[in-house]
Structure formats: structure tokens, C-alpha cells
Write a protein that binds this ligand. Structure first.
Ligand SMILES: Nc1ncnc2c1ncn2[C@@H]1O[C@H](COP(=O)(O)OP(=O)(O)OP(=O)(O)O)[C@@H](O)[C@H]1O
Ligand SMILES: [Mg+2]
Length: 140
């Protein structure tokens, strides 16, 4: 569950990017932010894992006020899809996918098995694509 309670963000130059935003996303629910350029979508997303700190209001993830959670611990349990510059070019597709489990201290075998499952889930056969490097795939 992700819950925004009257969340606001005013950047240091005085720009109000987000103003009194409240909403709740249930576990398993799919939500898309849609709006004109500059309306605050990226700012909103980046506040969920504390890459940007709100200037007012409160954000809860799984019932916890994220301002009280260590940002690194918070980020390691929020999955997101990265492409191109967010990938490690010198690591294989399988190792890139296993990055967070490895940081969490999972045994190599378990992390790689989970990464293979996830590749399979998105339609990338791990046998075909797991040992390739990011530049050997399309961007998406
Ligand atoms: N670091 C910053 N300092 C000052 N203003 C900023 C900063 N980052 C974003 N803004 C401003 O905050 C507002 C919201 O920006 P944001 O990037 O969240 O919009 P967006 O909805 O993601 O836009 P787009 O659809 O163009 O990606 C805009 O007016 C933007 O110019
Ligand atoms: Mg944006």
C-alpha cells in the first residue's frame, strides 16, 4: 500500500511542483500518473523512494511513514524498471536483474534463480538473454 496525505513539494527556487496531493494505491493495484508536462508526475514518483523529499504532508509505504525509514532500506524494497543509463553495462542481463537481491545478501545461487524467474516473467528466455550484456538488447 502506498498512501499520500496532503503531500506538497516546493523546490528551493519557489516552484510549487506538487500541492496537497492525497491518494492511496492498494497492494497489487496498477496506477498510472497522467498529466501535462510539468504537472509534477516525476516529482511525485521520486518522493516515494525519497530521491526527492516532500516539503509538506506525509507518505506511507506499507503503513510506515517513509520519513522514518532509512532511504537505502526503503529503496531496496521498491522495485522499478530501469533502462539504458540505469543498467550496469559491464554486467550481464542476469546479474543486472539480480542486483538488489545480491545487495540484500542473498546467496548467489538464489539471487540468480530469482533473476531467471523474473526474466522469464517478462518474456525474456534466461537461456537466450541472461548471459548477454545490456548493449546486446533493445533499449526497452
Ligand atoms: N529541481 C527543480 N528545481 C526547481 N523546479 C523544478 C525542479 N524539478 C522540477 N521542477 C519544476 O517542478 C514542476 C514539476 O516538474 P516534474 O518534473 O515533476 O513534472 P512532470 O509532470 O514529470 O513533467 P514531464 O511530463 O515534462 O516529465 C515543473 O514546473 C518543473 O519545472
Ligand atoms: Mg517527468
Amino acid at each position: 500500500m502506498i498512501r499520500f496525505e496532503e503531500v506538497g513539494k516546493v523546490y528551493p527556487d519557489g516552484t510549487t511542483a506538487v500541492d496537497g496531493l492525497s491518494f492511496e494505491v492498494a497492494e497489487g493495484e496498477l496506477v498510472t500518473l497522467v498529466g501535462p508536462s510539468g504537472c509534477g508526475k516525476t516529482t511525485t514518483m521520486m518522493m516515494v523512494n525519497r530521491l526527492i523529499e516532500p516539503t509538506s504532508g506525509r507518505i506511507l509505504v506499507g503503513g510506515e511513514d517513509i520519513s522514518q525509514v532509512d532511504p537505502v532500506r526503503l529503496r531496496r524494497r521498491i522495485g522499478y524498471v530501469i533502462q539504458q543509463v540505469g543498467l550496469f553495462p559491464h554486467r550481464t542481463v542476469l546479474d543486472n536483474t539480480a542486483t538488489v537481491p545480491t545487495l540484500l545478501g542473498w546467496k548467489k545461487r538464489r539471487a540468480r534463480a530469482r533473476a531467471a524467474e523474473l526474466l522469464d516473467l517478462v518474456g525474456l528466455d534466461p537461456k537466450t538473454f541472461g548471459d548477454r550484456y545490456p548493449e546486446q538488447l533493445s533499449g526497452g
